[in-house]
Design a protein around this ligand. Structure first.
Ligand code: ADP
Ligand code: MG
Length: 245
């Protein structure tokens, strides 16, 4: 098992024009933390800072004991899965997973075994020769998860990875992610706009509002009687449209 390591943002400031972000928050090792918050609150920005797609104006980002603030994404001990477009359209499933081991796809026999294991673990055995367009949306996200498995990095960043899937498939994929995380112990940041996903998957919740952490605690406390005020407002506003559906 590749134990996870803690992820810390220390006094991190960042901005997109007028929109400022300020993060001072730690994600404990080997746990799943759900990152929740309204659209535009900075969830993706937070993950992009950890992954290295954005660089803070001030502050430090630590992965384990390593200060990665100035490192490029490729030098960081993370894997990231986005809502869509995780795969290369012209490469088959096995190659898309293989990229997690070798960007030039120079793969040893042992690497090919790892790829086969990851495909089996994610329910994709028999589909290794398919192109992304020959897969369902759920299968494509399984491929992305299989790639993260072979990369075997201690930190896994998930930016609404199942948001474009229907509810049943979303639950299934979430369960797969939870069981894989249990086996590997990666420190996982799961962005979702479904509080239910957080309740199901996460030990902790970090709730963002307007570019800052408005609340953070153990997940069960967000669903208890004295849940954070900002979170309650958010859940209220999310549930109304869902009920009228
Ligand atoms: P979330 O993922 O919580 O919906 P984001 O982190 O994507 O929010 O965005 C936070 C804010 O930053 C939004 O107001 C968004 O418009 C702005 N923003 C995000 N990415 C960029 C960018 N590349 N350039 C300029 N503004 C951006
Ligand atoms: Mg986002």
């Amino acid at each position: 098992m590749s134990e996870g390591v803690a992820v810390r943002l220390e006094d991190v400031s960042f901005s997109y024009g007028e929109q400022a972000f300020s993060f001072d928050v730690a994600f404990p090792e080997t746990t799943i933390t759900a990152v929740l918050g309204p659209s535009g609150s900075g969830k993706s920005t937070l993950l992009n800072l950890v992954a290295g797609f954005e660089t803070p104006r001030r502050g430090r980002i630590l992965i384990g004991d390593d200060d990665v603030t100035m490192l490029p994404p490729s030098a960081r001990a993370v894997s990231m899965i986005f809502q869509e477009n995780n795969l290369f359209a012209h490469l088959d499933v096995a190659a898309n997973v293989g990229l997690g081991i070798s960007p030039a796809l120079r793969l040893t026999v042992a690497d090919r075994e790892k790829i086969a294991d990851a495909l089996a673990r994610t329910g994709l055995a028999g589909k290794e020769k398919r192109l992304p367009r020959e897969l369902s949306g759920g299968e494509r996200q399984r491929v992305a998860l299989a790639r993260a498995l072979v990369r075997n990095r201690p930190v896994l960043l998930l930016d609404e990875p199942f948001a474009s899937l229907g509810p049943a498939l979303r639950d299934e994929m979430l369960d797969l992610t939870i069981s894989v995380q249990k086996e590997r112990g990666m420190t996982t940041l799961l962005v979702t706009h479904h509080p239910e996903d957080a309740r199901r998957a996460a030990q902790r919740i970090v709730f963002l509002e307007n570019g800052v952490v408005a609340a953070q605690d153990e997940a069960h406390l967000f669903f208890a009687e004295k849940s954070p005020e900002a979170f309650r407002r958010y859940v209220g506003s999310e549930q109304r449209p869902a009920q009228s559906r």
